[in-house]
Design a protein around this ligand. Structure first.
Ligand code: ZN
Length: 409
């Protein structure tokens, strides 16, 4: 009898455990949209020290009361990019080549900003759907001329607390400015915005995301969400603490793969404007969306500026038109009354080229117009044709919907 009772107990426990495992698996399947591809897990996790290089940015002649800002879209980190960056000889992840053709463009401004849509340094490195890239990705982004990265996007919490914190620490160690996620409230209170102080300007950059793919930040970590009450509180605090000449919001919003903004993007832009934040730059849809600069008029002396989506700057998304993006160059000037005005705004088209060289895939972000005149640079005509298709689409879309913002080449 005792044995029978014991066997029954064991059977019950086994059943409960099995059921628990299945339930857990089911939950994971429900929340994980696609199978995660990862590299082989390292036995013991060692945080790589990012490669630090002496980097000289192109010197833009200093002009007081004028500043040029360059905004770029999403830096994605798919598994194909991670594999392509791995150098079997040096056993290191090397990304510099990827930006070698576009570096002169990214360096040609006083300050360059982009959105980092991966977490950094959490092994095993992984692509979609939960991104973690090697620290050397950030070093290469900096070497390419980028000064500031926003970290609030739908992938901020992909590697939970470790990912949020390690990303911030790695960016700090590389001296890359960042905003959007914070270790805790004390840090956010200290630095509620990234402040650009250059050429007699004080510009506060704030950053928000519509969500984090259902993965909430682990307290005390903070991710800035596109929530009206939070934004109002932050803007009021930034104004009182920093007293900037201008606030710029870099936001993560919109519907993926849609050419035109949705109602909530337009509504959120109107809300930013009501708080006095009249320059808003967006990304996330993985494709380009229109850019509008409403210049001041007699009836409406307040100008405003919005870019709904800059698209992918670099990614392994090959489906047209996700294979390219735009860089936005915004020049601001100060009047005698010390008020900030937009002097000029233009966009530049980029396209991601993935050739196979000596049996290995390589990545290059190309200045699209320049390469449209160099079909001989492509190993396959079909790649050149793909780029031309992207350029044509971008010019048609932005030509039709942009207001006062044209292409520069
Ligand atoms: Zn996104």
């Amino acid at each position: 009898m005792k044995i029978r009772k014991y066997l029954f107990f064991i059977a019950t426990i086994t059943f409960v455990l099995q059921y628990a495992c299945v339930s857990n698996k089911e939950i994971q399947q429900k929340t994980t949209p696609q199978k995660e591809v990862t590299t082989k897990p390292a036995k013991e996790e060692v945080v790589e020290t990012p490669i630090k290089k002496v980097f000289k940015k192109k010197v833009v002649p200093k002009k007081d009361d004028e500043i040029s800002l360059l905004f770029i879209g999403d830096f994605m980190g798919h598994m194909d990019q991670i594999k392509a960056a791995y150098n079997k000889k040096t056993k290191k992840y090397e990304y510099d080549e990827c930006f070698s053709k576009i570096k002169p463009i990214l360096s040609d401004a006083d300050v360059t900003l982009g959105n980092l849509e991966v977490t950094l340094g959490v092994k095993p490195y992984s692509g979609y759907p939960q991104f973690s890239s090697p620290p050397s990705y950030a070093s290469a982004i900096k070497n390419a001329g980028v000064d500031i990265l926003t970290t609030s996007n739908n992938h901020s919490c992909d590697k939970r607390k470790k990912g949020v914190e390690r990303t911030i620490k790695i960016l700090d160690s590389l001296n890359i400015g960042h905003t959007g996620t914070f270790i805790n409230q004390v840090e956010k209170t200290k630095n509620p915005a990234y402040v650009i102080e250059k050429n007699n300007f004080k510009i506060a950059v704030i950053s928000y995301t519509y969500g984090t793919n259902g993965l909430k930040p682990t307290p005390p970590n903070i991710v800035n969400y596109l929530d009206k009450a939070t934004i109002k509180k932050d803007v009021d605090y930034v104004n009182s603490k920093i007293n900037p000449d201008q606030i710029i919001a870099f936001v993560h919003w919109g519907d993926q793969y849609k050419d035109l903004p949705n109602k909530s993007q337009k509504d959120m832009f109107a809300y930013f404007k009501s708080l006095g934040v009249n320059i808003v730059i967006g990304a996330h849809p993985h494709v380009l969306q229109p850019m509008k600069w409403n210049k001041p008029t007699a009836e409406n002396p307040k100008e405003d500026f919005v870019v709904y989506s800059l698209g992918n700057f670099v990614s392994h998304q090959r489906t047209f038109p996700r294979d390219g993006g735009a860089v936005l160059k915004l020049s601001l000037r100060k009047d005698k009354d010390q008020k900030v005005h937009i002097k000029k705004a233009d966009y530049f088209l980029t396209w991601v080229y993935e050739p196979i060289v000596n049996g290995n895939k390589e990545y290059y972000v190309l200045p699209a117009d320049e390469y449209s005149k160099k079909p001989e640079s492509f190993t396959k005509k079909k790649d050149y044709d793909k780029m031309m298709r992207f350029i044509k689409h971008a010019r048609t879309l932005l030509g039709k919907h942009n207001v006062n913002i044209n292409e520069y080449k």
